[in-house]
Design a protein around this ligand. Structure first.
Ligand code: FES
Length: 205
């Protein structure tokens, strides 16, 4: 059952990617792909991809396919960074200590464990839901828009997975009461300049 749901999510995403749509439907919301700058096809096939972060405007999310998963790159504004503060008591694993997939080798300080990024302004993670593999909806605006909104009144901004109702904040940390067991998983990456990042490798290789 679990495998079937994950296969279905993967199929939906790969279909969108292969169709050249230029965006993936994240449960009804079109999120643009970011283009890979990787010159060699074999490097890309091995899952080592270089991207230009200047293509991600402040406050926006871009996605790219990576090793059968979906990497999200969110350019967080100073306001978005504030939205991550003040709700640790509502989270299952506020400091990302639960298991290896929610952590990264560079997470040395408390801030890095909370913001879950090497550079606070860029959040780079696997944005497939850690429950059964759906693709959550990106809902960055705090609060509930109207009675029909799918997020609670206290919503600080983040991702909502409508498949079974999981919620993640703007650092991909999962809220208590969600069926998803873990924070969104980290992906290996390293910066090669101020605006370029390689996905699929760490500083250690
Ligand atoms: Fe079940 Fe996301 S797949 S809540």
């Amino acid at each position: 059952m679990e495998e079937r749901a994950q296969d279905e999510a993967r199929r939906r995403f790969l279909w969108a990617a292969a169709s050249g749509l230029g965006a993936v439907g994240v449960c009804g919301m079109a999120v643009p792909f970011i283009k890979s700058m990787t010159p060699a096809a074999d490097t890309e096939a091995a899952g080592i991809i270089e991207v230009d972060l200047s293509e991600v405007p402040p406050g926006e999310l871009r996605v790219l396919p990576w090793r059968g998963r979906i990497v999200g790159i969110l350019h967080r504004t100073p306001e978005m960074l504030k939205q991550i503060e003040g709700h640790d008591d509502k989270l299952k694993d506020p400091e990302s200590r639960k298991n290896a997939r929610v952590q990264a080798p560079w997470m040395k300080t408390r801030e890095q464990r909370i913001y879950r990024s090497m550079r606070p302004e860029f959040f780079i993670a696997d944005i497939v839901c850690t429950h059964l593999g759906c693709i959550p909806v990106f809902k960055p605006t705090p609060g509930q828009k109207d009675w029909g909104d799918t997020v609670p009144k206290w919503w600080p901004g983040g991702w909502h997975c409508p498949c079974h109702g999981s919620y993640f904040d703007l650092a991909g940390r999962v809220f208590k009461g969600s069926p998803a067991p873990d924070n969104l998983y980290m992906v290996p990456h390293r910066y090669v300049s101020d605006t370029r990042v390689v996905i699929g490798e760490t500083e250690e290789g």
